[in-house]
Design a protein around this ligand. Sequence first.
Ligand code: C5P
Length: 315
Amino acid sequence: MSWRAHRKAATVISLSITLCALFYWQSNNIHFQTSSCGCGSCPKENEDEGSWFSKRFNASFHPLMSRNSSVLNEKASKWWKGLQPFQGQPDYRVVVEKLFKLIPDKEYYRDGSPDRCRVCSVVGNSGNLKNSHYGPLIDASDFVLRINKGPTKGFEQDVGSKTTHRIIYPESAVDVDNSTHLVLVAFKPLDMEWLINVFTTHRVKHTYTRVKSTLQANTSLIMVINPSFMQYVHEAWLKKNGHQPSTGFLTVVLALHICDQVKVFGFGANKQGAWDHYFERIPPSFKTGGHKGSFEYDMIKELDKRDQIEMYRGW
Ligand code: C5P
């Protein structure tokens, strides 16, 4: 056989091999698809368009406010301003302008990619954390998001010691160290005014109750939850159950938006239905207020059932 005939035969053979391989991959549903995140599993990518999760989760809502995203549409504005309406509130636009002179105007955490694996622990304040020994597991996450007053000192074994983000509102605020992001949930324009005041004039001392007039926090790390995001959580996730989402539930949805894997600790009332805390004794009858805690808890259980989060219920 001439070398030309050899070359022809070789081409035909390699073409046939390529075609066979293509046919095999196709028929066995093998796709070279890149993952949406860099973790071993990326829960959000397992969802079909019409699934329970996809009907609720909307990536176009960015949880953390920037100057650009601070503009509220009519619906969000009406909902948010109706949450805690009382006389003497500052104008929203004016207070937002002042706010971004104090805190950075950044588009946070829009860095999701096949190379990113951000694991987050959300730590609620439930009494089910007592004697849980979850501390090391919580601290192993990249982000540890804590809520309101939930302390770590003296409770390290059960709740860990790392805090990357502390989510608060004026009436629940505590000092944070220099490396922690203070994240404000504002339920009214006055809450934003309060945030500015604790670092400047210290004049806001009262909202519907006494509030701290000074606060320790690194202002270059402060973040504010977007009121539009709060309205989206209330409507899409809670189907308008309860007057407003709790800080804890907002933090769970915040984590779903900014993290690739989410672990949830310290959620759930005790057996008597009381809203107990791991760090203090509270009256046994204390219930969940306007949050409809049980609806939120059911949502969290559903997220766990659907493997969107890993929920740790204590012992
Ligand atoms: O009590 P507090 O509001 O400070 O707790 C923070 C969050 O932890 C709540 O917003 C709620 O979502 C969650 N929590 C809970 N069950 C409890 C206490 C708190 O789910 N017993």
